[in-house]
Design a binder for this molecule. Sequence first.
Ligand SMILES: NC(=O)c1ccc[n+]([C@@H]2O[C@H](COP(=O)([O-])OP(=O)(O)OC[C@H]3O[C@@H](n4cnc5c(N)ncnc54)[C@H](OP(=O)(O)O)[C@@H]3O)[C@@H](O)[C@H]2O)c1
Length: 228
Amino acid sequence: MKRPKVIINVASSLDGFIASNKGALHLSSREDLERVHSLRSSVDAILVGKNTVIIDNPLLTVRYITSRKKHPLRVILDSKGSIPIDSKVIKEQKKYPTVIFVSRTHPIEKRDEFNNLGVTIIPVGEEEKTNFLDLIQILEHLKNDFNVKTLLVEGGSTIISQFIQRRLVDKMFIYFAPILVGHLGGIPLLRDELKNTLKKTLSVKITQTKRVGEGILVSMTLLDEEKK
Ligand SMILES: NC(=O)c1ccc[n+]([C@@H]2O[C@H](COP(=O)([O-])OP(=O)(O)OC[C@H]3O[C@@H](n4cnc5c(N)ncnc54)[C@H](OP(=O)(O)O)[C@@H]3O)[C@@H](O)[C@H]2O)c1
């Protein structure tokens, strides 16, 4: 079965941080937000991890641009179903439906509350090595149950690392904002767990670089190990 096409989009400081230890970073410019929302309007679903919902509380809707397309499905990976019930992504279910993938083996903390609000809960298995939800099963559900042909993965760091580790990425956009996080420290674009599993550095093919607002947008594809 052909899986949905997977696009990663992330905004980073020039020194590779996607958030600071002191909280959210204002990385996206107005021009970049318009680009991201135009990208959102071109896909069938937008996926983020549990921590991004808890920390950033994103709406995951299409704004800043006018779009005539059906609104993309909002997808959250949250093994224990623990995101706050008043998260923005849970609101306005009829207009902007949300699906939460949870673990088949864990008790789900807020199953009834989510069901009452019309949020779809889908249990899946876990990957043996990582104990994270199985991305292949998730992609299969998105394709078969929701007709998702293109999926936009927006973060955070753990989610992006896992998609890269499983080589489930067709295209990646990194928007480098003119910011250095430096001594503040923060959340790196990729997690240590990924670095530990790579034998060498991971090569990418840069397909385009473009000035967007005050930052630089780098478009890339991942290269197979043997093509290095
Ligand atoms: N700059 C940007 O573009 C951008 C975009 C988004 C987020 N962010 C930042 O990223 C930070 C959050 O990143 P994060 O790495 O802490 O968390 P995250 O990637 O948002 O969420 C990770 C969590 O998702 C759950 N999960 C379930 N299945 C998974 C799978 N197959 N692979 C990976 N995770 C899975 C896990 O929790 P369970 O085991 O409990 O399910 C995991 O701990 C925030 O600070 C946010 O501001 C930045």
